[in-house]
Design a protein around this ligand. Sequence first.
Ligand SMILES: Cc1ncc(COP(=O)(O)O)c(C=O)c1O
Length: 396
Amino acid sequence: MTNQEWNGRGQTALMNNYGRFPIALVKGKGSYVWDANNKQYLDMVGGIATCSLGHCPEAVLTVLKEQAQTLWHVSNLYWIPPQIQLAENLLAGSGLDKAYFCNSGAEANEAALKLARKYFYRKKQANKTEVIAFEHSFHGRTMGALTATGQSKYHEGFGPLVPGFKYVPYNQLPAVEQAITENTCAIIVEPIQGEGGIRPADLTFLRSLKHICDQAEVLLIFDEVQCGIGRTGTLFAYQHYGVTPHIVTLAKGLGSGFPIGAMLTTDQVATGFAPGDHAATFGGNPLATAVAGKVMDIINQPDFLADVQEKGRLLREGIQKIGDPRVKEMRGRGLLIGVEFSAEVKDLISICMKKGLLLVGAGTNVVRFVPPLTINKTEINQALALFKEALKEWDA
Ligand SMILES: Cc1ncc(COP(=O)(O)O)c(C=O)c1O
């Protein structure tokens, strides 16, 4: 089957809810993927900041096979040892006390929003139901996560949304202070906004948010679905800021491509959920948690994380050195990099693809580099060379 044939069959059989390039990816190894016509691509998308250890990493594959031969799925009616081990490892690295597992980023955020409301309900402060979210944020597509997402283009046609949400400008403390009332239960924020254009929170902003939350008895939720699990060169992006939230949500890179989501919280906030309050059939199943456990073991090492920072620096310096006058700004941390251009980047991304380099946008004018964290320096140089060639051809 060729790309063209898959393109035709896909258009016939699948819903039209994704804008897709006309290639079918059929194989991956390390930082590379191949399409149905056997063309090779250097993958700087990595399943959108998800394949943290590259494609089909050997060490994870071994664990996946072993667990697949042992036990795939049971139920949270019983203890699941790989789930407990993964929880212990995540908690040890996070400064938090309790974990909950699910299957995606949106699900993790739903859990966080529900926990915040139920926590105050159980404390007999049932008035505290309002959530403050930020403009240009992205938290997922389920109704709660979608409502928390501060971009009207994602809301259009899906109303009525969940009541009780307010949106304020990112990185602007006075706006948050004004928005907080006695009814606020949570503030949800990405320490680095991903889909909104790779926008890092200011140091003082994130620190002050925690301070404000502690004073006003409001829970601070960090959505680290995109920026967490080593992506920025620390296990959690909030560690760059020296601020620990009350709740953090994770997904994407946690399974390096195997579906899993998680929410971590404090002992105190965890009292918001009692048996029956929240659940997911597949959440924390043996297969997913064994895989994520191995992913965590590999990523959560000082040398690995330092290497991510170093490679991110190389990539940023290389892009800067190209010196394209259409670059307005470069943002991000570690291997979460956004390059903002003065024009729409759709065509640039297509040119890159034709040259064998996969990239993804973040908003209309930002090209996002989110490669596997295992990418090596030769591959980074190859990506830079291809990007430079593509920029020459791009006539924006
Ligand atoms: C910051 C953030 N939160 C939540 C989500 C939603 O994750 P999922 O697609 O796994 O539901 C995303 C996805 O891009 C994200 O970037």
